[in-house]
Design a protein around this ligand. Sequence first.
Ligand code: UDP
Length: 480
Amino acid sequence: MASQPEHLHFLLIPLMSQSHIIPLTDFAKSLASRGPLVSMITTPKNAIRLKPLTDYATRENLKIQLIPIPFPGQQVGLPEGCENSESLPSTSFTKAFLDACSLMQESIENAAKNLDPKPSCIVSTNALLWTQNLAQNLGIPRYVFQTVSSFTLLCADRIGKVLRSGWPEDLEPVLLPDLPHKIEFRKSQLPERSSRKGSDDQWKEVQDLAAGTLVNSFEEMEGWYVEEQKKHIKNYWDIGPVSLINNIGSSGTAKNDDHHSLKWLNSMKPNSVIYACFGSLCHLSFSQLREIGLGLEASGSPFIWVIREPDYSAEVEKWLKDEKFEERVKGIVVRGWAPQVPILSHSSVGGFLTHCGWNSTLEAVCAGVPMLCWPMFNEQFFNEKFVVDVLKIGVRIGVETDTKVGEEEKALVESEQIKAAIDQIMDEGEEGEERRKTARKLSEMAINAIQEGGSSYRNITLLIQDVLQLQLATGKANEF
Ligand code: UDP
């Protein structure tokens, strides 16, 4: 009978997107450091990128294994080799991508049945509703891993209520009801899912069937919002920020320390650099990239500017070259993927120009870096409001509308606006100092939460105890 954490086997299933894979990878490290065996579902291409996880497990002597499952992308018309939402040619492929992920169910079920020891439970990210069914077929509990905050979940709930009684037609922002902070939303900022009632019901139904919900956040930061969620959702536990596990392993984050951007940061003054990066999904047009480059330059602050691969076109390269941009500015351009967590943690970084993805937001909180918020779509607008209106560690760039595919030019943010906002976030006056102080305090709270005796550490203990108890109660403990 399983009576010790070492006897448990967690099966982790992420949506094949960086914003789901990265936190679940970090959570795998946290879980395994408490004793259980952790298996993580992946695909052949994503597995190559996950080598640092298995290297980490070997170094730290942890029981973590990858289970690669073929990705059925071509069955639904995705280009060959596309196994991660990051490599979708455009957002119009998102539905096909989600369909391909759900087509993995049967192969995962077969693989899980052959695992020895058998999995004790599934932990899968919120987008994968079909994993509830998979857990039922395997006769084990499923825990939801939430990749958004409790604040976002509650705002989405309140927006649903306003929508049901009819969103006012005028263009004025609407104050969301029954929240302790003054949170206002414009219709143009609503995430797409809020307007799809049917699917919201389905989400709730699946959520109710789950054995628990794990949120990549920490109680001290979300206070009222976590308490409110706990009233309605059983076993609702904040277990983050998961990225901080990389700071406490015996080997730290040394794996990326030789990246040229980190060496360059070593030569900069403390808190002087603005780091600009828009996550793994946002597409920026050439005109917008040009405005960003000019705005960064005009600010006079040294900067690291990340241009992700699909946006880094021949047109962009020609502009950079013709303008001799990199020769004349005080910053550097990273083409493709930057080691974001080590960059944010570097003492030279003083501000983060971000699209407000939840992982990026949390990573900035952990590093104590104030944010310049430029939300583009989905829950990024919630995160902007959380950072600016609740946590008070950020300023807005001033975007009021989500960026629709093909309408990027309409939403163009000009270089003057970008420069003015950078000046504000890098401000060395009283207001800027206040934000930096609050950010540093939150960072300390985040670090305490994940350490032994901290709130997130305790919540992981509760999760482990819950799985042990469920195994004993159902009498399905495995022979080990
Ligand atoms: N990220 C990174 N390097 C990059 C771009 C992104 O390491 O050049 C990581 C970032 O640290 C975060 C994740 O990718 O962990 C992006 O997730 P987020 O939720 O912020 O945004 P999304 O990609 O979903 O828009």
